[in-house]
Structure formats: structure tokens, C-alpha cells
Design a protein around this ligand. Structure first.
Ligand code: NCD
Ligand code: ZN
Length: 358
């Protein structure tokens, strides 16, 4: 069971990326790979260190710096949910074109140390977001806690009651459950109203727990889970109907943070080959019988990779097209940049799909 050898699709939109501080050596290295991947629009995460993006001025300065690196990409900016965000900041953000506010449960992932402990103190902020149509982007995990029986394996499922509580309290709030990794999360998003959607990464369509337990470059939060979960994600991609769209969560870390003396940094770097990874994972899924061949249509791919995310964020459809060709590219062993940075891409050294702009 195979995909076609080539697909002509609208330019893709990647609604969850980490580009790191700009100016900075990692941003300089990875930002130019966005368009190379066939992507013209990205939703940029605000979890910078040593200071997250918590004001409109900082978000706009960050956007400006990214535009210096590649002016041809549309950068959708976000703020980091933090006590310094007030209803006035939300209104100002809306006027400035900032699309979302990302909530990181404190302790759940990279640079979440300034994150949320409870949503209660943010009641007025969330109400204002609901009124203004500013999106709430959720890192959907509770932090690990041995006392509460929470590990990386059930951290997302344990978060779902929090998601449902937010939907009950703010029924019109636009919410993205970012990087869904479980069948439970897919089911929860499907069951909730149209203003609640999920993003799905490229790497979670192929990785399982056994892969990241053996390889630091496969380790991320939320972590990859079981074959049943992976099957649910693959099916969510091809039967999305607008409920799920691409957010790669491409998360570059210097190799020293991946393989240094301390704990390995969470994050899989997928930006330059994002679409190829999705196609390869779908093909492997077909081979296992996880998804049915009739479901993998051009329309399903165009919706998941491009149209549904743009529609959710109120953008126009893509104007350019791309062609993806089987075995048209080989994944770099690593990307090296200024100041000695080195970032290793997912599936380094393997053949993948080539990308051409039409
Ligand atoms: C992300 C990062 O490195 O910033 N890491 C990850 O494992 N996905 C943060 C995040 O999205 O959780
Ligand atoms: Zn992320």
C-alpha cells in the first residue's frame, strides 16, 4: 500500500514552531528552513529563555527579528500566559494582530518554569480572550508527580479534565490542544465544540515510547506513546474535517543540551523536512493497516497541512503551491550554525520527500 510518487498541494502552514531567540544562532539556522520545507506560515511559540514573550512589544520585536531572517514567511505571534498578562494586554494583542496565548503548565516542558499553576487567577484574561477571539494554545500535560501517579505516559490524559473544565467555563473561547499524542486526546477534541481543535506533529505520527527511550533525538514533551495512540493520530490526520491540523512542534536544541551531562532537553527538530515526515508516517501507517487507503486523499492532505489551520486562525487560503516528490531529498546528518551550534534533525541521514515551489 503506497502513496503516490508526487503530490501538488497548497503551501503548508505549520501552526506550532519553536524558532528560539532572534537574533540568535539557532533562529538564524532554523528560520531559513521553513520555506525550504514547503511552509509559508508559522505560529511561533513564546517560550524563550531567559525571558518568555509576555508583552505585545516583545512579540512584535521578536516578529521583526524573524522577518530579518526570512521576510517571505508569515509569522503568527503568541504570548506566554503569565501573571503580567492582563485583559488590557489581550486587547492590545488583538489590535496588534497577535493570534494566541500559550499556556504551559509549570514544570511540564522546556522553559515552562514561568508557566501556569492554576487557570483560576486568569479568569478575566480568559474571558477577554473569549470576547476578542484570541486563541488559547494549550500545552496539554499536567506535570509529572510521583505522589499523584503522573508520569510522561499519562500526563496528557490527566490534563483532559482541565481542557473540559475550560470549555465549560469559556464556551466560545477558541482553544488549540497542542501536539495531541493520545487516542484519549483525539477523542476529547472530537467530542468538544467546533472552536476546540488539536494540532498534531509529524514525529508523533511515527514514534513510539520505545523509540525515544533509546534515542535523545526522539525525546520530546509530550512524549510519544503506544501503537494504539499512534493509530488514533494517523486517523485524526486523514479524517480531520478541520478538527486537527499540522503543528510540528519542531523544537531545535543544540546537541550539547541533548547529549550533555544533565537531563536531555525535550524537543524533536523537524522543521526542514516536516512534510516529508508526515507522508512517510502515513505510508508506514498504510503498510501496518492503521489507516485505510481511501482516506488518504489530496483533499485530506491539503486540509491537514494547509487549509484547516489557516481557517482556524482566520487567514486566507494559501496562494502558492508546492510539489512533494518521493525520495527527492536526503535528511542532513546535522545543521551547523554560528557560535558552534549544531542541531540534529529527526531521521537524520534518511531519504525523504523533496519539496519544490511551483
Ligand atoms: C519544546 C521546546 O523545546 O521548547 N519541547 C518539546 O519537547 N516539545 C516545548 C514544548 O512545546 O513542549
Ligand atoms: Zn512546542
Amino acid at each position: 500500500m503506497a502513496l503516490k510518487d508526487s503530490y501538488t498541494l497548497p503551501a503548508a502552514a505549520d501552526m506550532h514552531v519553536h524558532l528560539r531567540n532572534a537574533p540568535g544562532p539557532i533562529a538564524s539556522l532554523v528560520t531559513p528552513t521553513i520555506r525550504r520545507a514547503g511552509i509559508d506560515t508559522v505560529f511561533v511559540m513564546p517560550n524563550l529563555a531567559p525571558r518568555p514573550v509576555v508583552s505585545v512589544a516583545e512579540a512584535l520585536a521578536y516578529k521583526h527579528a524573524l522577518q530579518q531572517l526570512d521576510p517571505a514567511v508569515e509569522y503568527l505571534m503568541s504570548l506566554y500566559l503569565h501573571e503580567s498578562i492582563t485583559p488590557d494586554v489581550i486587547r492590545e494583542a488583538k489590535r496588534a494582530g497577535i493570534k494566541g496565548v500559550k499556556a504551559y503548565p509549570r514544570g511540564a516542558t522546556t522553559n515552562s518554569q514561568w508557566g501556569v499553576v492554576s487557570f483560576d487567577p486568569f479568569h478575566e484574561v480568559l474571558k477577554t480572550m473569549e470576547e476578542e477571539g484570541v486563541v488559547l494554545n494549550l500545552h496539554g500535560e499536567v506535570p509529572s508527580s510521583a505522589a499523584d501517579g503522573v508520569t510522561v505516559m499519562n500526563a496528557e490524559s490527566r490534563f483532559l479534565p482541565v481542557l473540559k473544565g475550560l470549555v465549560d467555563k469559556y464556551p466560545k473561547l477558541k482553544i488549540v490542544l497542542e501536539h495531541c499524542t493520545t487516542a484519549d486526546a483525539v477523542e476529547a477534541v472530537r467530542a468538544l465544540s467546533d472552536n476546540v481543535v488539536g494540532t498534531i506533529t509529524a514525529h508523533h505520527l511515527s514514534l513510539l515510547v520505545d523509540d525515544w527511550s533509546a534515542n535523545v533525538h526522539h525525546y520530546c514533551k509530550p512524549s510519544a506513546k503506544s501503537p494504539e495512540d499512534r493509530r488514533a493520530l494517523l486517523n485524526a490526520v486523514v479524517t480531520s474535517n478541520g478538527k486537527f491540523f499540522l503543528g510540528t512542534d519542531s523544537a531545535p536544541h543544540d546537541i550539547t543540551s541533548k547529549k550533555g551531562k544533565g537531563n536531555t532537553a525535550a524537543g524533536v527538530f523537524t522543521q526542514p523536512y516536516a512534510l516529508g515526515y508526515v507522508l512517510t508516517a502515513l505510508e508506514e501507517g498504510l503498510g501496518r493497516g492503521d489507516i485505510s487507503p481511501e482516506a488518504v486523499t489530496d483533499d485530506a492532505l491539503a486540509g491537514f497541512l494547509s487549509g484547516y489551520g489557516r481557517r482556524f486562525y482566520g487567514l486566507a487560503p494559501a496562494t502558492q503551491q508546492i510539489r512533494l516528490t518521493r525520495n527527492g531529498a536526503r535528511i542532513d546528518e546535522s545543521l551547523r550554525g554560528d557560535d558552534g551550534v549544531e542541531v540534529v534533525p529527526f531521521r537524520a541521514g534518511e531519504q525523504t520527500w523533496g519539496v519544490e515551489w511551483l
